[in-house]
Ligand binder design. Structure first.
Ligand SMILES: Nc1ncnc2c1ncn2[C@@H]1O[C@H](COP(=O)(O)OP(=O)(O)O)[C@@H](O)[C@H]1O
Ligand SMILES: Cc1ncc(COP(=O)(O)O)c(N)n1
Length: 277
């Protein structure tokens, strides 16, 4: 008799070029040695240069997939990626209240690296009101945090104020990712529900091969939670993993290239962790 294999799930869109979305999530789960279920909410015709076309899956079919997983698997943690429109957000929120999939990691995917909009304006409000109160952790990048809070975010103080505002919308823990911009260091900020907060600092790797970085860090955190790590350790481990996948790069496509999900994490990928900067 073997013990049941740890299982996690992604609810997301597909990327035909294989670098972002659900594919990045599943590759990340596999790299962590954890089993991944996958509920498809949208199909994108996409490559490293941009998103060409999007086809949403009907809410009925999304719910059927979620129910099929709930009826059979033992999901320990779940993440959401591209959700596309308000109907899908509400369908997913309903299922998350109906079924126990463990902690929710909400990656509020809004814009692809090439600039395509992946979440409608109406859906932003649905994310804020229907999904954020259900989430254990939300992982916006700076532009996404600006849209969700209505704030302009440039300084560390503004990042911390935005995290407080996101917490006030009902999400327990906040990770604001600092990949955007061109400063020589990348600073990600974490505000935990306990009131504990910290910054994770790594050097910026000078590359355009960043297709799927947001998907990858949120999937890695989900995997680590499924494997039993506490949230703070899971966030730091997720950051180290995404750093490894960026630095130990692969060459695919002609635009924002995908990451190396088979990269091995070493001591060099560990972020410096500070309470204050
Ligand atoms: N050029 C880079 N060098 C090192 N780390 C990066 C780089 N770009 C992004 N990251 C890291 O990848 C993760 C995703 O960040 P970000 O690009 O801001 O999110 P998103 O993909 O959602 O836009 C963060 O932990 C960020 O610090
Ligand atoms: C289907 C899908 N989901 C998410 C992203 C965001 O990717 P990134 O992590 O590069 O912002 C994407 N480009 N496509």
């Amino acid at each position: 008799m073997v013990n049941e294999t740890p299982q996690v799930m992604t609810i997301a869109g597909t990327d035909s070029s294989g670098g972002a979305g659900m594919t990045a999530d599943l590759n990340t789960f596999a790299a962590h040695g954890i089993y991944g279920a996958n509920v498809v909410v949208s199909i994108t015709a996409q490559n490293t240069q941009g998103v060409r076309q999007v086809q949403m899956i009907t809410p009925d079919m999304v719910m059927a997939q979620l129910k099929a997983v709930a009826d059979d698997l033992a999901i320990r943690a779940v993440k959401t990626g591209m959700l596309g429109d308000a109907d899908t957000v509400h369908t997913v929120a309903k299922a998350l209240q109906q079924f126990d999939f463990g902690p929710l990691i909400l990656d509020p995917v809004m814009v692809a690296k090439g600039g395509a909009q992946l979440l409608s304006d109406a859906a932003v409000e649905a994310v804020r009101t229907a999904l954020m109160p259900l989430a254990t952790l939300i992982t916006p990048n700076i532009p996404e945090a600006e849209v969700l809070t209505g704030m302009t975010i440039q300084t560390p103080d503004e990042i911390m104020a935005a995290a407080d505002k996101l917490h006030a919308f009902g999400t327990q823990n906040i990770l604001i990712k600092g990949g955007h911009g061109d400063a020589p260091v990348v600073m990600d900020y974490v505000r935990l529900t306990s009131g504990d907060h910290f910054w994770m600092k790594t050097t910026r790797f000078d590359t355009q091969r960043t297709h799927g970085t947001g998907d990858t860090i949120s999937a890695a955190i989900t995997a680590q939670l499924g494997l039993g790590l506490d949230l703070k350790s899971a966030i730091i481990a997720g950051k180290a993993y995404v750093d490894a996948t960026i630095r130990d790069g692969i060459l695919v496509g002609h635009g924002y290239g995908p990451l190396n999900h088979l990269a091995v994490v070493t001591a060099q990928n560990q972020p410096e962790v500070y309470d204050d900067i």
